[in-house]
Design a protein around this ligand. Structure first.
Ligand code: NA7
Length: 540
């Protein structure tokens, strides 16, 4: 039989976020024994950690939710169009309880290594608490925006006031009243939190290195019973459209390119998507992040909106990005960000003009000034997509580490597996649409695929599955080619690894679209898992 060696469990799942929770549910449903590890004290992943004020998802709540459980979908009612972190976390806790998923997990336990033994065909997973568990399969649900980045600014640790990273926000309430608060970073986390903090704090000093495009969410309560009933009644259709889309939400871009219509029509379309709110604006026209002309028209539209929102034209100038085409970094979905700069207690420090020289015990010193602060917030983002994996010592066949294998950038087949790492699956990461798609449907699609794959292995009494080297090379080339057809590689984004010094510059997600990706995965499965090496019990 396959089971020639004793193992503790059939599968280890690392991470209790959206993908890890569903992986546990699905693998258990196949009758597998599963052990989960989670470094946090509870479930939720991203939504456990990112508790900073103003934290919300930029995908609409009714779409950013599981589709696998129809009863859950019908019973759960979201209170706002864009849910707060608190509500999403409550939802994930509810899902975990509903399906008894917490019982699989060992919390407050960080995995430090996973080592493959070729003879036994087992992974040994070791934790910082000294635990060791052997398993046939390893599901790496470690998150793509989970390894926080605290940049190595001189004097970083010398600040004696309160200091926080948005991605590791404390559970106890943070009191801003009467305080001078510095925020370093103007990505999504900075942009969402600054207007909320400004309402309470005495003063907010925003340290901006690169301005970002941001579009008001147009958030509103979902309190209309009729509307809620309609969403619930039409959920299957909504999900169907989402699965046919490029980004996993039920929206389709305008049927023509931006320059194929006249100025008035172009404006009408931009108005429509502006009203819809948030990052989706990047998809108003299908060629908006592929053609610089189309992009320029979108950029000009948004620039004039920013100028309308900011009273001081000199401040507005500095808040408008000049270093990347709009949409090639994720457009932030905000609530009152630009207007916050009209307040007397919000100051903008342009680090392009006056860079940070050092962090001091009581503030931040730039090249021309010292800003005294009571609190310093790092909204400085993440070692995205690969950071959580590279922080684990992952050793595959012949002792080769994943760090070595991915030294020049992630090397995957379909984002799901890597050559030399049998029976290890990566969730929602590099080489998949991942962060460019609705993460919840993304996680479901991949977990369902993995589950079918395990059925296939069982049917063939196979011992292991591993991405073939050629398939990895070809998939990498396909991912690069897709990215090269867009404007994305021209931005210094975290998609490109550009925010982490020394990280290889590679466009990490697959940008061919969520629906296309699903089709490719399905075709690979239908062709007997083409490109994968499946090894039989006899080691064939
Ligand atoms: P982001 O989007 O990576 O933003 C991080 C911000 O921090 C960004 O403005 C950076 O400026 C800034 N940063 C990073 N390092 C430094 C240093 N050394 N000095 C000054 N400023 C710095 O992270 P978020 O948490 O906001 O959002 C991540 C994703 O979560 C987001 O895209 C959504 O999909 C959800 P830079 O642009 O590098 O010049």
């Amino acid at each position: 039989t396959v089971d020639t060696h004793t193992r503790d469990v059939d599968a280890v799942v690392i991470g209790a976020g959206i993908s890890g929770l569903y992986a546990v549910y699905k693998l258990r449903a196949r009758g597998m024994s599963v052990h989960g590890f989670e470094s946090a004290a509870g479930v939720g992943g991203t939504w456990f950690h990112n508790r900073y004020p103003g934290a919300r998802c930029d995908v609409e709540s009714i779409d950013y939710s599981y589709s696998f459980d129809e009863d859950l979908q019908q019973e759960w009612t979201w209170s706002e169009r864009f849910a707060t972190q608190e509500e999403i976390l409550a939802y994930l806790e509810h899902v975990a309880d509903r399906h008894d998923l917490r019982s699989a997990f060992e919390f407050l336990t960080r995995v430090v290594s996973t080592v493959y033994d070729e003879d036994s065909g087992l992974w040994t997973v070791t934790t910082d608490t000294g635990r060791s568990v052997t398993a046939r399969f390893c599901i790496m649900a470690t998150g793509v925006l989970s390894a926080t980045n605290r940049p190595d600014i001189p004097g970083r640790d010398s600040f004696t006031g309160e200091s926080y990273h948005t991605g590791e926000w404390p559970h106890d309430p943070v009191d801003f009243a009467g305080k001078r608060v510095g925020v370093i970073g103007t990505g999504s986390s900075g942009i969402q939190s600054i207007p909320v903090i400004a309402q309470e704090a005495e003063q907010v000093v925003v340290f901006q290195r690169s301005p970002n495009y941001s579009i008001p969410a147009g958030n509103r309560p979902l309190s209309d019973d009729e509307q809620i009933a309609e969403v619930k009644a039409t959920y299957p259709e909504r999900r169907r459209l989402a699965r046919l889309s490029g980004g996993g939400t039920p929206f389709t871009p305008y049927p023509k390119g931006a320059m194929e219509v006249d100025e008035a029509e172009r404006r009408r379309v931009y108005d429509e998507w502006w009203q819809r709110g948030g990052y989706l604006f990047a998809k108003a026209f299908p060629d908006q992040t592929a053609s610089i002309e189309a992009n320029d028209s979108a950029r000009e539209y948004v620039e004039s909106k920013i100028r309308d929102m900011v009273n001081d034209p000199k401040i507005a100038d500095q808040l408008i990005p000049t270093d990347h085409p709009i949409g090639t970094k994720r457009i932030v979905t905000d609530d009152g960000y630009f207007e916050a700069f009209n307040r007397d207690n919000v100051a903008l420090v342009n680090l392009r003009r006056t860079p940070i020289a050092e962090i001091t015990a009581d503030g931040v010193r730039t090249s021309d000034s010292h800003y005294p602060l009571d609190m310093l917030i790092f909204a400085t983002g993440f070692d995205a997509m690969t950071g959580a994996l590279s922080r684990i010592d992952i050793r595959g066949r012949n002792g080769r580490t994943l760090r070595e294998e991915w030294a020049a950038g992630p090397r995957t087949y379909l984002g799901l597996a890597s050559h030399g790492f049998p029976n290890m699956f990566f969730m929602v990461g590099a080489g998949s649409p991942s962060v460019l798609a609705n993460m919840v449907l993304m996680a479901e699609q991949q977990v369902d695929w993995i589950s079918d794959c395990l059925d296939h292995l069982d049917e063939h009494n196979a011992r292991s599955i591993e991405a073939g080297e050629q398939a990895v090379d070809e998939w990498g080339a396909e991912c690069n080619e897709k990215a090269a057809g867009t404007l994305f590689p021209s931005a210094n984004s975290w998609y490109m690894g550009a925010n982490i010094p020394g990280k290889p510059r590679v466009f990490m997600p697959y940008i061919g679209g969520f629906a296309n990706y699903g089709n490719i995965c399905a075709e690979v499965a239908a062709a007997g898992y083409k490109g994968f090496d499946i090894v039989g019990v006899e080691g064939a």
